[in-house]
Design a binder for this molecule. Structure first.
Ligand code: ADP
Length: 688
């Protein structure tokens, strides 16, 4: 490419106008001197395909053609860094990173505050997003022995990370994105909760999403309105041991009874085991030590803290919640340590220094029509998954990592995240309203089918190329061990009902899959990747694919876009098709809908259409949560989702959403109430 022939490739005609605009603005390579484009969209896909097939030993050409085919047909699109950086001077191809932050300025292990700041800059420079748990930093006002001074606390350090993010523009292409986490036991947690709301809304930490890490004990204490201790994570020696422990670590581990059980079982089985920092002590023992050491700063009512979180989220969208116990309970490679944080949008809970690369299937492309009746092409979907997972696995090897620790941690688990986009449009094509039990059933079964085939591919890859180095066939935890049944999901959310016969028939291929067979396969042949799926927001790649983002409902059916040369009325193409079908594509109807973006109670529009095209703010919040819950059951990583609320929704709704998410086994949750920020970013790709 570069000097290739510039001719129109019919495949380019699959790209929408908006897709071309986005590709032109940020993805297509330019000559650094003349600033003229040196590639077309098809050349971009070929560049990516050829670079990622480059790590194959055999059948390289065949694999390259397959990679090109699934991308150019827009059935699969990898995450932005892979599209931008493949085969170029910049080497990061992954979107998600989690970096550790220790309680010191710098540290020999490279994870002191300012070491991590540097690591973050290196990741941002090339288009990756970073997540951090700031809970190990001692709270504001705590002692600093070396200078006999007082500490300024985690939130003030976060501000430095925020400014650095502003300064390091990602090759001028996009601003960096971060996730900041603080666990609910931290003495500064109230400062953290208020860091982006009230007077600080739209002012502070603008490059951060923030989430409070909560535990089962905390949520239970919320329900019972019990007191919980706030702790300073200063280093503390546990009497009777030779090791130095973080008080907080001790506390985390004791609360996680599942870890205790698993470790105890192993101790019994094997006689001994390397326990790392997870010495087992009881809750009361640890608390007694904490009190004695002065680590408990004060006691607070868990419900008061929770209500502050809810108020903040209602007011500004931050903070969200991360359910730390659920994250670790459902982490397949749990034996490698404890996960404390996720990447910016929450779809990747990762161990310190781990990174993960993502890519998404365009579900809309697998809904086809036969004699006017829609159906899902399962075979095409399974085939696409096969090459998509192979693609993502190759990224692990083709990646150039910014730091040796990141390379080491990433290659140890080889995590990849195959996700989806276009769910809303796929549902519309199947004639199923997003806010229906049928739609939740579709989500649940699609998630299962995709997980199954992604795992099967990873097993086949292990057979061919070897398992991930940290694979332990016995301790590895399969997703279905914690997956809830479909009926349970409904009842947790307080719904009753059955999927229709129509939808059960549609989903039969997924329903009949025997996932337990996967276990025999992976025991026999191994597993190439510690995780295989993940539901990303697909903010920009869904524009490239010309479909609805991720598992979200449609956001607006028609809207006015302001551009330099004037105002344009943009209509969702699928919606326009329906308008035409009912001969409703008249200026009056369209203009009315464009005013609000939704049909509302427009009397001209037939009821079937009104139901099918309900947008993000019209969908009852419980259905938003249910879709997220359905996808999470068959997902070994996380599910990113924004629970969109109407502006007039009360704080109670946020509370209900957060509580239901916890009960559904979702790993993290965020809400966004319409108009709750002064400058509402347009959803369409300009989000970040
Ligand atoms: P895309 O559609 O561009 O591939 P997504 O919207 O699916 O990206 O986001 C996936 C992940 O990519 C995010 O969770 C985050 O880790 C990373 N990411 C997204 N936007 C940015 C950004 N502006 N800067 C850095 N990382 C980002």
């Amino acid at each position: 490419y570069g000097k290739g022939k510039w001719e129109l490739d019919p495949k380019d005609l699959l790209l929408s106008y908006n897709a071309l605009k986005v590709l032109e603005a940020r993805y297509l390579l330019k000559d650094p001197e003349t600033l003229r484009y040196i590639e077309t969209p098809q050349m971009l896909f070929k560049r990516v395909a050829s670079y990622l097939a480059g790590v194959e030993k055999e059948k390289r050409k065949e694999v390259e053609n397959k990679f090109y085919e699934i991308m150019s047909s827009l059935k699969f699109v990898p995450n932005t860094p892979a599209l931008m950086n493949s085969g170029t001077r910049l080497g990061i191809l992954s979107a998600c990173f989690v970096l550790p932050v220790r309680d010191s300025m710098t540290s020999p292990s490279g994870d002191g505050i300012y070491d991590t700041l540097r690591a973050m800059a290196l990741v941002h420079q090339q288009g990756g997003g970073t997540g951090f748990d700031f809970s190990e930093l001692r709270p504001k006002g705590d002692v600093v022995a070396s200078t006999a001074g007082v500490a300024s606390g985690p939130v003030s350090f976060m501000k430095i990370f925020d400014v650095s993010t502003d300064v390091v523009k990602q090759g001028g292409k996009r601003r960096g994105a971060n996730m900041g986490v603080m666990h609910a036991w931290h003495a500064d947690v109230e400062d953290f909760i208020h860091a982006k709301t009230g007077e600080l809304k739209d002012v502070q930490l603008q490059n951060f999403n923030i989430s409070v890490g909560v535990y089962d004990y905390f949520m239970e204490a919320v329900m019972r309105e019990e007191q919980v201790p706030l702790i300073t994570p200063r280093k503390t020696k546990i009497p009777g041991t030779d090791h130095e422990y973080y008080m907080v670590k001790a506390r985390n581990y004791m609360r996680e009874e599942w870890v205790q059980e698993e470790i105890l079982r192993e101790l019994e089985e094997k006689g001994s085991v390397y326990l790392d920092e997870s010495k087992i002590i009881t809750v009361d023992e640890a608390l007694a030590i904490a009190e004695k050491e002065g680590a408990v700063v004060r006691w607070v009512n868990a419900r008061t803290i929770f209500q502050e979180i809810v108020k903040g989220a209602w007011d500004s969208g931050d903070p969200g919640l991360l359910f730390i116990d659920e994250i670790n309970r459902r982490h397949p490679a749990w034996y490698l340590g404890k996960i404390q944080a996720t990447n910016p949008c929450g779809e990747e809970p990762l161990l310190p220094w781990e990174s993960c690369n993502l890519g998404s299937l365009n579900l809309e492309k697998f809904v086809k029509e036969r004699n006017g009746t829609p159906y899902v092409d399962w075979e095409d979907l399974a085939n696409t998954i096969k090459y998509a997972v192979r693609f993502l696995d190759n990224v692990v090897d083709a990646n150039r990592y910014p730091l040796p620790q990141i390379e080491q941690a990433t290659k140890r688990t080889r995590k990849v995240g195959l996700g989806v986009m276009g769910l809303a449009r796929a549902l519309i094509k199947l004639g199923i309203p997003y806010d229906s039990i049928d739609a939740i059933y579709v989500s649940y079964q699609l998630a299962k089918f995709i997980y199954y085939h992604a795992m099967m591919t990873s097993v086949e890859l292990a057979k061919e190329k070897g398992s991930f180095p940290a694979y332990d066939p016995v301790r590895y935890k399969d997703v279905w061990e914690s997956a809830k049944e479909f009926d349970d999901i409904l009842s947790i959310a307080g719904l009753r009902g059955q999927p229709s016969d129509y939808v059960k028939k549609l989903m039969i291929e997924a329903e009949k899959l025997d996932v337990t067979m996967l276990k025999d396969m992976r025991m026999k042949y191994g597993l190439r990747n510690a995780t295989v799926v993940s539901v990303a927001p697909t903010g920009t790649i869904s524009i490239i694919a010309g479909t609805s983002s991720s598992i979200e409902p449609l956001f607006a059916l028609a809207f006015i876009r302001n551009v330099a040369v004037g105002k344009f009325l943009e209509i969702d193409p699928l919606f326009l098709e329906y308008l035409r079908r009912y001969e409703l594509d008249t200026p009056e109807v369209v203009k009315k809908i464009a005013e609000t973006g939704e049909i509302g109670d427009n009397p001209f529009v037939p009821r079937t259409m009104r139901k099918l095209f309900r947008t993000a703010h019209e969908v009852d919040p419980i259905y938003h949560v249910l879709h997220q819950g359905a996808w999470q059951q068959w997902n070994d990583s996380g599910t990113s989702k924004t629970i969109n609320l109407r502006s007039e929704e009360p704080t109670d709704t946020v509370e209900k959403v957060y509580m239901t998410a916890w009960r559904l086994g979702i790993k993290g949750i965020t809400v966004y109430r319409d108009k709750s920020k002064s400058q509402q970013v347009i959803y369409f790709g300009l989000k970040k």
